[in-house]
Design a protein around this ligand. Sequence first.
Ligand SMILES: [Zn+2]
Length: 139
Amino acid sequence: MAYISKDLRNQLDEDAGGLCGYCQTNQQNSGFRLQVEHLIPTAKGGLTVRENLWLACSSCNLRKSDREMVLDPESGVLVEFFNPRLQQWKDHFEWDDSGTVVVGLTEVGRATVKALEMNDTLLVEARKLWVRFGGHPPS
Ligand SMILES: [Zn+2]
């Protein structure tokens, strides 16, 4: 695991605003500190520099692993993962009416939702509680 200086971690915390770059889980809701995620995986030559890093929950980080490309389940097209540093979440995803299920709006969005299992049953159940207490979805 790459060394992350305190200054770099602070920058990443500021960039991500406490939210997983993919499923938008707030670390204050989960109680687990977000992990540093390499957008281009280190195994593929990605560097440990701010431009190639974002924060992600352990679930998204583990499921993304060292992959860069994923299949859109609807079109069958191979696309790059959503990039939380270069792309806007709202351009590719939205919350359903209950605020507990992430809906992919584009090939990139749908592929990322599926690959990272962003609507895992346990996570959706947790989001129901966060919604009830006003801590979700993020504005
Ligand atoms: Zn996540």
